[in-house]
Design a protein around this ligand. Structure first.
Ligand code: GDP
Length: 417
């Protein structure tokens, strides 16, 4: 059917009205059922100095006591000297949907006198998770791939009210290409509203200044206004100023809420007027958990994988392939050599042509000169001849009988005899 084929043989799309029910409108439900049956995996990492409320916030976010209450931090001299990586897994369920949640904690980060390399074990951990995923992908049997990659990293910023510290910038600079960074201002109830607004501004300008890429809720062209407005609303709250609490307290007006009670009142965790906890939960869990997983897989992991494979000498990219494969390399060198020869030849041809042109021009010039001289000589000769002719005429006109008449006479006389 020619109407099906558009330019370059690519079939054009024709919108068709169905005559009755076929059943593919049920596809989303099929996907939904399957996902619910399989359950979901999500791995979140928390990074920040001890005591900033990381465990409390995770418990608050997932509404469970994933983390038991912690022992107070031992004195500096008794602490381990390196950043540890600990992960806790939990299967949680909400309305029949199962989520296998893994939280990776990084105790020790920022707790030492010298924190220069605090980011190193964390980068190594994230990369080793990528490694394990790559290894599973390369197996013959890929049916049981377990995704342990870190899908989001909550980075806790100390509520100092100044700007980012060196350790914050160094960490984010090292990690932003490997993990979805979500910066949060810890214990936001210790700052006033204005202090938080100023602090956020300074943090964002530091982040922009250092070209650090933090996770942003994506928006797509074909999305409805409500979704776009929601994404913008969430984006406007970054870095989220959060308050965590796994305790229920009673407000002065008698409501039971998750929050922190102070002599001057109650800070409610789930109240958007009090902090950005709700927006953070929306970003991390309610609206963008799948986006975080997708971005980890499609962008962060994919970039890391390409780099890794290139460094190992396995690459789909042809330019790299040549460096590794001697035959391809020789072929490339030959092509380069031929190109060089062709270039030299072209240059020589050009020089030759130029020389020929010059010679031709010179020849033409001497030809013209010759011609001019020739003409001059011819003219001079012509003049000489004319002069001689004149002289001859004069001499002849001095004689009694013209040579013509003599000839005629003689001839006549001859004829007569
Ligand atoms: P972690 O070491 O970062 O995991 O911190 P924890 O979650 O163990 O919290 C350390 C201390 O800070 C505990 O006493 C918490 O009750 C308290 N805390 C946690 N979150 C907040 C918060 O948002 N505001 C305030 N003021 N204190 C908090």
């Amino acid at each position: 059917n020619p109407s099906l084929v558009a330019n370059n043989g690519v079939p054009s799309v024709i919108r068709k009205k169905l005559m009755g029910y076929v059943g593919f409108a049920n596809l989303p439900n099929q996907v939904h059922r399957k996902s619910v049956r399989k359950g979901f995996q999500f791995t979140a990492m928390v990074v920040g100095e001890s005591g900033l409320g990381k465990s409390t916030l995770i418990n608050t976010l997932f509404n469970t006591t994933l983390y038991p209450p912690k022992e107070p931090l031992p004195p500096a001299a008794e602490r381990p000297k390196t950043v540890a990586i600990e992960s806790i897994g939990a299967d949680i369920e909400e309305n029949g949907v199962r989520l296998h949640l893994t939280v990776v904690d990084t105790p020790g980060f920022g707790d030492f006198v010298n924190n220069d390399d605090s980011w190193k074990p964390i980068v190594e951990n994230i990369e080793s998770r990528f490694d394990s995923y790559l290894e599973q992908e390369n197996r013959v049997n890929r049916l049981k791939v377990v995704d342990n990659r870190v899908h989001a990293c909550l980075y806790f910023i100390q509520p100092t009210g100044h700007s980012l510290k060196e350790i914050d910038i160094e960490f984010m600079r090292r990690l932003h290409t490997k993990v979805n960074l979500i910066p949060v201002i810890a214990k936001a109830d210790t700052m006033t509203e204005e202090e938080i607004a100023d602090f956020k501004e300074r943090i964002l300008s530091d982040i922009a200044h250092h070209n650090i890429h933090i996770f942003q809720a994506p928006t797509y062209d074909n999305e409805d206004e409500e979704t776009i407005a929601e994404a913008e609303e969430i984006a406007s709250k970054i870095p989220f100023a959060v308050v965590g609490s796994d305790k229920v307290v009673v407000t002065p007006d008698g409501r039971e809420v998750r929050g922190r009670a102070y002599p001057w009142g109650v800070v409610e965790v789930d109240n958007e007027e009090h902090c950005d906890f709700v927006k953070l939960r929306q970003m991390l869990v309610r609206t963008y958990m799948e986006e975080l997983r997708e971005h980890t897989n499609d962008v962060l992991y994919e970039n890391w994988r390409t780099e890794k494979l290139v460094s190992m000498g396995v690459a789909q990219d042809s330019t790299v392939f040549k460096e590794i494969n001697p035959a391809a390399r020789m072929q490339e060198e030959r092509v380069l050599h031929e190109a060089k020869l062709a270039k030299m030849e072209a240059e020589m041809k050009m020089v030759f042509q130029q020389k020929v042109q010059e010679k031709e021009a010179k020849l033409k010039q001497s030809e013209e000169e010759l011609y001019a001289r020739h003409k001059e000589m011819k003219d001079a000769l012509e003049k000489q001849r004319a002069d001689l002719e004149e002289k001859k005429k004069k001499i002849e006109s001095g004689r009694p009988i013209t040579p013509d008449k003599a000839t005629t006479g003689r001839r006549k006389g001859f004829l007569r005899t």
